[in-house]
Design a protein around this ligand. Structure first.
Ligand SMILES: [Cu+2]
Length: 65
């Protein structure tokens, strides 16, 4: 399980965009987005660096931890 804090998500469309971007690389990934806290929980075979790159490239900057 990976937890990322992702900025710029404001609505269900953003949630879908982030989820789709990840699932393009790992169709079996599960993505749980909490818009209020900007927290995204991801279950995936992808590693953390790949996930950060994918989400950032989708247009949503990830806060470094
Ligand atoms: Cu949106």
């Amino acid at each position: 399980m990976h937890t990322l804090f992702v900025t710029g998500m404001t609505c269900g469309g953003c949630t879908k965009a982030v989820t789709k971007a990840i699932q393009l690389q790992d169709a079996n990934a599960t993505v749980q987005v909490d818009l209020a806290t900007q927290k995204v929980e991801i279950e995936s075979r992808l590693d953390r660096e790949d996930l950060i790159t994918i989400v950032t490239n989708a247009g949503f900057p990830v806060l470094a931890k």
